[in-house]
Write a protein that binds this ligand. Sequence first.
Ligand SMILES: N[C@@H](CCC(=O)N[C@@H](CS)C(=O)NCC(=O)O)C(=O)O
Length: 236
Amino acid sequence: MYELWYWPGIPGRGELPRLALEAGKIPYRDMAREAGEDGYKALSKNMGQARDDPPFAPPYLITEEGLVIGQAANILLYLGEEYGLAPLDSAGRLWINQCQLTIADMVSEAHDTHHPVAIGAYYEDQQPEAKRRAEDFRAHRIPKYLGWFERILAERGDWLSGEAWSYADLSLFHLVEGLTFAFPRRMATIFGDLPKVMKLHGAVAALPELQDYLTSDRRLPFSDGIFRHYPELDGP
Ligand SMILES: N[C@@H](CCC(=O)N[C@@H](CS)C(=O)NCC(=O)O)C(=O)O
């Protein structure tokens, strides 16, 4: 069985591989969560283990054979190939990986709206910079990124690969969820310009493969992770 390692308590970037594992009905253990109150300790200890292929940061996946795969997009590339959660031809594989890496870029920029100066410092100590960064993110980056996905879907159809859902569609769903939590006013304004993205969001939410997970308590709510709601960082 696979081991998924990610910080307990938040959906975070762990949710990207988690959604694929859940939708693909792939057996896995969510290791830090299983450790309960000791989850942080368990993850730190596992990260600190001597390995010749240590992950830089969670999420990472460990296979039964002991292969350690870091970087959310890399985990998904692996799962996509192993379980057919993405096209298997070279062009399709690279295309979905490109979509996933673009989602990863946007996730990082969403994070940087509340931590634009230092990841290790408190939000309260970088508030003026956060305000400036969030203004730009809302005005330019949200429309640019989501507009790109809208354009793809207008060309290709209902899914990013055109034919069937892939792991990147699941991640795009999560991205829209996170942005809507963090920037509800901005997203309410822009929804109308993104009919295809919103249709995909609804289609992923309705996937029969995901219903067990989406209605379970394994699916954690957003709080103080990557996607955070600070009303002062939101706006129309
Ligand atoms: N590009 C990596 C980013 C991984 C990452 O930043 N993980 C965060 C948690 S969401 C972390 O623990 N980072 C520690 C650090 O950057 O020092 C991915 O997409 O997996």
